[in-house]
Ligand binder design. Structure first.
Ligand code: FAD
Length: 412
């Protein structure tokens, strides 16, 4: 392995891999440096009982314009276009139709206020009706969508995402993480190697790792914001640290439960645990028709339940599901896999949100430095943030910026 490159990419998540895919075949030499022992970052498919389960991203959001949809087509990965079941309550269990209508109307009224009369504070919680009994329900939805409650959410940022979203949501039966890892197969990736610093003092950049120093003409930084904000990578760029700290990762976690004799449950059904508490779970029944329940916790619910191994999530799911299906139901459940993104040291969270008043931090984080240090990662997207397709777009953009800056390999 040489230690001189045209471009070094720090991080082999969806953004770093998309940057590599764009640079491949350009004639520029490049290397992706990844701290973990696997590629994909927050895109991670594990196999249990023969089933691919996505512990990170699962939905091809804005699937009709999502670049990973094109990648799936190119490499022959199947896409499931069944519309999502979120928002439906199987047999209206625990959430009668009149309550569903009232909760839906409360959300619509809240959303209209965000759009038409946003609070001067830019803090989403300030658009809640203090007298509404449905505020925990609205906060629960924010936990799933944003990984954080409304008190910490920028309205401008949230609305930017909504405007860009096409509301087309598809899935990959083989796994989103597996697709991204497959796309990366031919790329030059150095695993188990942490980038610890980027030195800009000389004509060539010097990228420090515990295995030695890489010399390069340009770097694409495709790392999660907490890694940057914490100063894990010495950049000597305070404005980047500040921007990253204004774009923390919220928390969402998943728990997969195998269900014995699952035939009495609907394929692709859905249940909200209870509409009366913000910490409640969202339960996807038999995704892809599999004998599984996929439990999803967001925001304060995810934070309260995260532990080593998913035991707290399993106990909580048993409690909420027994309230809906009867006290014998948990006997049919067996935990298969659980995520713990908050304590995962290389991400420290699930997806980014802007703090109130800081939607512009996305632009500040994404801005190139000296036309040789480029930034990618979902948090750098101004409207597709928090997603794998937003990460892809920022990785592609950073690679194109590097190509434009470096010109043809002959110019090196
Ligand atoms: C539970 C959950 C559900 C989600 N659901 C969806 C969904 O349905 N649809 C969707 O589109 N998105 C979803 N997302 C979000 C999506 O997974 C992320 O937005 C996307 O994968 C982020 O990609 P990224 O490349 O920006 O960052 P990451 O995937 O975090 O990649 C960064 C990489 O950098 C590495 N790294 C960290 N520090 C260093 C270092 N010092 N040196 C070298 N490497 C380092 C990390 O190991 C990682 O591989 C979900 C996420 C979670 C957690």
């Amino acid at each position: 392995m040489t230690d001189e490159y045209d471009v070094v990419i720090a991080g082999a998540g969806a953004a770093g891999i998309a940057a590599g895919l764009r640079l491949a075949g350009s004639g520029l030499s490049f290397l992706i440096v990844e701290a973990a022992a696997r590629v994909g970052g927050r895109a991670w498919t594990v196999k249990r009982d023969g089933m691919p389960l996505d512990l990170g991203c699962g939905w091809l959001h804005s699937g009709d314009r999502n670049p990973w949809t094109r990648v799936a087509g190119r490499i022959g990965a199947a896409i499931d276009r069944t519309p999502p079941a979120w928002g439906r309550q199987y047999r209206d269990l625990g959430f009668p139709p009149d309550a569903q209508r009232a909760a839906g109307a409360a959300y619509e009224a809240f959303h209209s206020r965000l759009r038409d009369d946003p609070p001067a504070s830019d803090r989403a919680a300030d658009a809640l009706d203090p007298a509404s009994p449905w505020n925990p329900y609205i906060d629960a939805l924010s936990g799933y969508m944003n990984g954080v409650g409304l008190a910490h959410l920028s309205v401008a940022d949230f609305l930017a995402y909504e405007r860009a979203d096409t509301n087309v949501n598809w899935r990959l039966p083989g796994g989103y993480g597996a697709l991204i890892a497959r796309a990366a197969r031919e790329l030059p990736i150095l695993l188990d190697t942490c980038v610890t610093g980027i030195d800009r003092q000389a004509a060539r950049l010097r990228v420090s790792t515990p295995r030695g120093v890489l010399s390069t003409r340009a770097v694409i930084v495709a790392l999660p914001t907490p890694i940057l904000a914490r100063g894990d990578v010495a950049l000597a760029l305070d404005d980047k640290l500040h921007a990253a700290s204004c774009l923390p990762l919220g928390l969402a976690n998943k728990l997969f439960l195998a269900v014995d004799e699952a035939g009495d449950l609907p394929a692709d059904g859905h249940l909200l645990g209870t509409p009366h508490r913000a910490e409640t779970g969202s339960y996807y029944l038999r995704p892809f028709g599999r004998p599984v329940i996929e439990a999803f916790y967001g925001g304060s619910g995810a934070a309260a339940l995260e532990d080593d191994g998913g035991r707290a999530m399993t106990a909580f799911a048993a409690e909420e599901l027994s309230a809906l299906f009867g006290s014998d139901f948990p006997k049919r459940l067996r935990p298969l896999a659980a995520s713990g993104w908050g304590s995962a040291p290389l991400s420290c969270g699930s997806y980014s949100h802007a703090l109130p008043g800081h939607a512009d931090a996305r632009r500040a984080l994404a801005a190139p430095v000296e036309d040789r240090l480029f930034f990618a990662g979902e948090a750098c997207s101004r409207d597709d943030f928090s997603t794998a397709h937003g990460a892809h777009a920022t990785g592609t953009r950073a690679a194109e910026q590097a190509l434009a800056a470096l010109g043809s390999p002959a110019a090196a």
